[in-house]
Design a protein around this ligand. Structure first.
Ligand SMILES: CC(C)(COP(=O)(O)OP(=O)(O)OC[C@H]1O[C@@H](n2cnc3c(N)ncnc32)[C@H](O)[C@@H]1OP(=O)(O)O)[C@@H](O)C(=O)NCCC(=O)NCCS
Length: 428
C-alpha cells in the first residue's frame, strides 16, 4: 500500500500561483466525495479563497504507480483531508485552540485500504506535536470516528415550530427586531457570533463560509442565494446583538414554511425576541430550524410547548483529546475533587493514568502509577464528558466508563459541569 500512494500537504494557492490547479483538483475531489453537483469554476475559486482566509491546510493522497487509462489522472487526489485551527469554548469563557478536521473523503475505488486511518494518525500526531491539546470534527456517519478516539460532546436537533393561533411566547421584549439587507451580515455576523462564542460552551469559532452563507452571498453549491432574508435584533442599548437569516420554502408545499438558515443570538432576550419575530411572520404557519439545541429555552417560553415538534436528535460536535494533562489543566471546574483516571488511547497519543486534583476550580494534573484508579475509560469517553454535555453516570451505565470507586462518575459529573448546556452552531 505504502508504495502506491503518497500523502501531500499544502496550503490553498492564490489564483495566480502556478500551484493553483492542485488546489482546484483537491476541491473537486472533496465535492465528488460528498456527492455534490459539479460546481462552476467561479464557485470553486470562491471556495479556495475562503479556505485561504481560514488558514486551512489541504492534505491529499495521490497515486504514485500507474493510473488506469481514461481514469482520473494522478493529479487528482484519491483521498482528501482538510484541517484548520480555531478556538473551542470549554466552559466559563475559556477558549482552547483546537485542530478542526474536515473534508474527509476516500474515493470509492480506493476505500478500505487504510487511507483514512493513515491520514488520521498522521494528522493527529502532527497537531499534537504542534502543541494542540484537542481535535474536533462533525461526522457524516456515527460509526467511523470512535476508533480514532473521538467522542460525541454536543448534540443538535431539528425543530418545526407551529406559528399558527396557538403560538404565544411569554416574554416581554426588552429590545426590537428590524428587517435588514442580508448583505449587512457580511460585516455584522462575525461580530455577533463572537459574542455568542465567548458565552457558549461547545461553541467553535466560525470559518469564513458562515458570513457569506448567512448573508446569501453564496449558497452551499453555487453563487448568490436570492431567497435569503435577514432580521436583526437590537438590544435595549441599540446595539445589534442577534440575527436570523431565513428563507421561504415556497407556495408548492403546505403548511407554508419559513426555514431558518442561521440564527445567532448573543443574549437570552435576542433569542426569544427573534423567535417572536419569526412566529409573527404573516402567510406562513411553520418555521423550521435544523441546528436547534437539544436543551432549548424556546419550548419553556411558549404557552404551549408542543408548538415545538423536535426530531432527529443527533451527534454534532465530536472531540478528540490529544494531550490529556494539557486539556484537563485548561478547564475551569465548578466543583473541587480528586479523580484518578486511567485513559486508553487507540492511537497511542496520550494514554496513561492521570491524577486530576482540583482546588478552587483550578486543576493540577500529574501522571500517576496505576494504583487506586477511580475511573477507567478510553480517550473518546473522556473527550465526550470534557465539555459537561454528556453525563459520566450515563457513560458508566453504558459500559463506556468503568467506575472503580463508587460515586466517582457522579463526582466527575459535578467537576466537569459547565455554566450552560453546551451547543455548537458551527458545522465544518
Ligand atoms: C469514511 C471514509 C473516509 C473511510 O475511508 P477508508 O479509507 O475506506 O477507511 P480506512 O480503510 O482507513 O478504514 C479505517 C477504519 O474505519 C472503518 N470504516 C471506514 N469507513 C467506515 C464507515 N463508513 N462505517 C464504519 N466503519 C468504517 C474501517 O472498517 C476501518 O476499520 P479498522 O481500521 O478498525 O479495521 C470513506 O468511506 C468515504 O470517503 N466516505 C464518504 C465521505 C464521508 O463519509 N466522509 C466522512 C466525512 S465526516
Amino acid at each position: 500500500m505504502a508504495e502506491q500512494y503518497e500523502i501531500r500537504r499544502f496550503q490553498p494557492a492564490a489564483k495566480d500561483d502556478p500551484a493553483y490547479p492542485e488546489s482546484v483538483a483537491w476541491m473537486r475531489a472533496v465535492a465528488f466525495g460528498f456527492h455534490d453537483a459539479r460546481r462552476s469554476d467561479e464557485r470553486v475559486d470562491k471556495g479556495i479563497e475562503m479556505q485561504r482566509t481560514d488558514g486551512r491546510v489541504m492534505t491529499g493522497v495521490y497515486q504514485t504507480g500507474p493510473v488506469a487509462d481514461h481514469a482520473l489522472g494522478p493529479d487528482v487526489p484519491v483521498a482528501t483531508f482538510g484541517t484548520m485551527t480555531k478556538t473551542l469554548n470549554i466552559g466559563f469563557g475559556r477558549l482552547l485552540d483546537t485542530r478542526l478536521v474536515t473534508a474527509v473523503t476516500v474515493r470509492t475505488s480506493h476505500r478500505r485500504r487504510g487511507l483514512l486511518r493513515r491520514m488520521m494518525a498522521e494528522e493527529l500526531g502532527l497537531a499534537q506535536r504542534e502543541g494542540l491539546a484537542m481535535a474536533a470534527l462533525t461526522a457524516s456517519e456515527a460509526s467511523i470516528y470512535g476508533r480514532f478516539g473521538y467522542g460525541v460532546a454536543t448534540s443538535e436537533q431539528s425543530i418545526k415550530l407551529d406559528t399558527g393561533a396557538r403560538f404565544v411566547l411569554n416574554h416581554t421584549p426588552a429590545g426590537s427586531v428590524e428587517v435588514a439587507d442580508p448583505k449587512v451580515l457580511l460585516e455584522l455576523a462575525p461580530v455577533i457570533f463572537d459574542r455568542l462564542h465567548r458565552l457558549t460552551p461547545g461553541s467553535i469559532d466560525r470559518h469564513e463560509f458562515y458570513r457569506q452563507f448567512a448573508s446569501g452571498t453564496i449558497s452551499r453549491d453555487d453563487g448568490e442565494d436570492p431567497k435569503v432574508k435577514v432580521a436583526l435584533h437590537y438590544g435595549p442599548d441599540g446595539e445589534v446583538d442577534g440575527y436570523v437569516s431565513y428563507k421561504f420554502g415556497g407556495w408548492a408545499s403546505t403548511p407554508y414554511t419559513m426555514e431558518v438558515v442561521d440564527l445567532v443570538a448573543a443574549t437570552r432576550h435576542a433569542y426569544l425576541e427573534l423567535w417572536q419575530y419569526l412566529g409573527a411572520i404573516d402567510l406562513v404557519e411553520r418555521v423550521t430550524w435544523d441546528e436547534a439545541p437539544v436543551d432549548d429555552p424556546l419550548p419553556w417560553a411558549l404557552a404551549d410547548p408542543r408548538c415545538v415538534d423536535a426530531s432527529e436528535a443527533r451527534d454534532m460536535l465530536w472531540l478528540r483529546i490529544l494531550d490529556v494533562p494539557q486539556a484537563l489543566a485548561a478547564r475551569h471546574y465548578p466543583a473541587d475533587g480528586k479523580l484518578l483516571l486511567k485513559v486508553a488511547d487507540p492511537l497511542g497519543l496520550t494514554g496513561g493514568t492521570f491524577a486530576l486534583d482540583v482546588n478552587e476550580g483550578a486543576a493540577v494534573v500529574t501522571e500517576a502509577d496505576g494504583a487506586g484508579v477511580d475511573l477507567e475509560l478510553d480517550v473518546a469517553a473522556l473527550s465526550s464528558i470534557y465539555l459537561g454535555g454528556v453525563h459520566p453516570v450515563t457513560l458508566a451505565a453504558s459500559g463506556r466508563i468503568r467506575e472503580q470507586t463508587p460515586g466517582a462518575a457522579f463526582l466527575a459529573a459535578r467537576m466537569f459541569a459547565v455554566e450552560r448546556p453546551p451547543h455548537c452552531l458551527t458545522h465544518f
